[in-house]
Structure formats: C-alpha cells, structure tokens
Design a binder for this molecule. Structure first.
Ligand code: SF4
Length: 97
C-alpha cells in the first residue's frame, strides 16, 4: 500500500496541531484570574461624587467601606453615585424563584 506512509504522516501532523491547540487552550485557562479583572475607571462608570436623589454609594452593595468600590476604581465617596447603583445584593442574583 503506497499511500499508508502519507496518510500516517498526515495523521501525525493533525495530532501535532491538536496537541498544540490543546496546550495553548490550557495555558490560557491557567492565566485566567477573574479576581484580577480590572475595575471600571470613574469616567467609564460615569461616577459622580454627589448622590443622585436618595441613591448613594453608601447604600450600594458594591461599596467597600470606607472609600472604595468593587466595580469602580479609585477613591469612592459614600455619598457618590454611578449608574451601576443598585440596592440588590450581587449575592442574591438568580437566587429567587
Ligand atoms: S453606586 Fe457605583 S460607584 Fe457607588 S458603590 Fe455602587 S457601583 Fe460603586
């Protein structure tokens, strides 16, 4: 069978490509660190240092005492506000039936 050599070479070449792809995928997965995701800049979040009506960072679940936010970088005032404001705890999302 004159063709077995070339099909074997093709098979080996294919397996090499699959192995390389799998290795790349694994490396990417190991580098994924969700805890290191960047926060939004204050400008991107359209943060303002004043409250909006009765909504303020101090009552938002993303606010981190004393002056930061889980979603927005930099110094955050408890009396500031941004459009991400919510009163709904991120831990509760999807838990209601
Ligand atoms: S209102 Fe915006 S900036 Fe303030 S704590 Fe909530 S998410 Fe952070």
């Amino acid at each position: 069978m004159p063709d077995s050599g070339s099909s074997r070479r093709a098979f080996i070449k294919t397996m090499g490509a699959v192995a390389a792809a799998a290795t790349c995928g694994r490396a990417a997965a190991q580098e994924y660190k969700p805890q290191e995701q960047k926060k939004l800049t204050q400008k991107a979040a359209r943060y303002q240092p004043q409250p909006k009506g009765n909504e303020a960072c101090g009552t938002c679940p993303y606010f981190v005492f004393p002056k930061s936010c889980a979603m927005v970088e930099g110094e955050i005032s408890p009396s500031g506000w941004c459009p991400l404001f919510t009163t709904f705890s991120p831990l509760d999302r999807g838990a209601h039936t």
